[in-house]
Design a protein around this ligand. Structure first.
Ligand code: DP6
Length: 333
């Protein structure tokens, strides 16, 4: 049985950083994100019943040609497929093809959208249609916690979850509730050198992490209320603090982890200048050097122009809030 789906990437407003159980991606505290519309992953899973061979994972180019992913990605995907197969007690092998709608060398994290799409396509290929909570929990088992949020569209919260069973994302508001844009300034196109996983593991070694944990509940409250009220001036300062604090924790972990580049700081300065010029634009970053600038739809062209002309910006991706996963009209393989 073959199934094809696409799932959105997401940008975190309150970041997931640090886990109680890294293997199963059970976080230390809740997080909130916005699912994206342009940056998405496409995936076809073909489950061949009774076939005892090894699973096969392919990256599919836009023209349909296939190439092998790097060993790490392949291993991670195969481990996840194996878990899903065992959970459903099926015998057979998967052939999987996946593609991102954004340039693969854009330095935009693809594991959230990639594992959300892989989870849903694989479950459908196994003849199962998981409901929202189950799909989110299964996506989390990939080890990519942010994938637990990418199974939904719009604005999404992923709670801490008292038990494994309670650790699934839920919707805060649909994409149609608030047309926010995310203009992404790409300053580093290669994949980051230190995986998020190492950052999560080291987070509690930062002397600032305990203070972060005290601050997060208040930020969650503010972000929930700002989304509810569509209040960008309330949301902005919090997402900017969150972006900085994630990196503060990373840089003060032992050993330290540096994701920023000098160009990152140039973009952050440009965003502050934009605000002085009267544009309500707010930066935030995940575990990488690139900067996501959140603004209203009306300000997007001005923000995109300003970022494109900032020294060191290689490319600007104009994205915005998007819907959750959907079925694809045609298969990738
Ligand atoms: C900084 O464990 O979900 O993006 O391995 O890249 O999937 P991947 O990362 P994951 O951690 C992501 C952390 C973050 C913040 C966030 O998305 O909440």
């Amino acid at each position: 049985m073959k199934a094809s789906v696409e799932a959105p990437s997401n940008i975190a407003f309150v970041k997931y950083w640090g886990a109680r159980d890294l293997e199963r991606a059970i976080p230390n505290h809740p997080s909130i994100s916005m699912s994206l519309s342009v940056c998405r992953s496409l995936c076809t899973a073909d489950f061949r019943d009774g076939d005892g061979g090894a699973d096969d994972v392919w990256l599919i180019e836009e023209d349909g040609t296939r190439r092998r992913p790097d060993a790490k990605f392949s291993e991670r995907a195969c481990r996840h497929l194996d878990q899903l197969r065992r959970l459903t007690e099926r015998r057979g092998r998967f052939v999987v093809g996946t593609r991102n709608t954004f340039p693969s060398a854009a330095g935009i994290a693809s594991s959230a959208s990639g594992f959300a799409a892989l989870t849903l396509a694989a479950m459908r290929a196994l003849g199962r249609e998981p409901d929202g909570p189950e799909l989110s929990s299964l996506a989390r088992l990939s080890g990519s916690g942010s994938a637990a949020r990418s199974v939904l569209g719009g604005y999404v919260e992923w709670p801490r979850g008292a038990t494994d069973d309670e650790c699934f994302a839920f919707p805060l508001a649909a994409a149609s509730h608030w047309d926010l844009r995310d203009v992404i300034a790409v300053v580093e196109a290669e994949a980051k050198k230190v995986p998020s996983r190492d950052g999560h593991r080291l987070a509690s070694s930062s002397p600032h992490y305990a203070r972060r944990r005290e601050l997060v509940p208040g930020r969650l409250e503010t972000v929930r209320a700002a989304i509810h009220d569509r209040d960008l001036d309330a949301l902005g300062p919090v997402i900017e603090e969150e972006g900085i604090e994630l990196h503060l924790i990373a840089m003060s972990s032992r050993p330290p982890v540096y994701y920023w580049r000098p160009e990152t700081l140039a973009v952050l300065a440009r965003v502050r200048e934009l605000r002085e010029e009267g544009v309500s634009a707010w930066s935030t970053m995940d575990a990488g050097a690139n900067v996501h600038v959140i603004c209203a739809a009306a300000e997007e062209p001005a923000v995109a122009t300003a970022l494109a002309s900032t020294a060191g910006v290689e490319r600007v991706i104009r994205d915005g809030v998007g819907d959750g996963p959907r079925a694809l009209a045609s298969h990738l393989l």
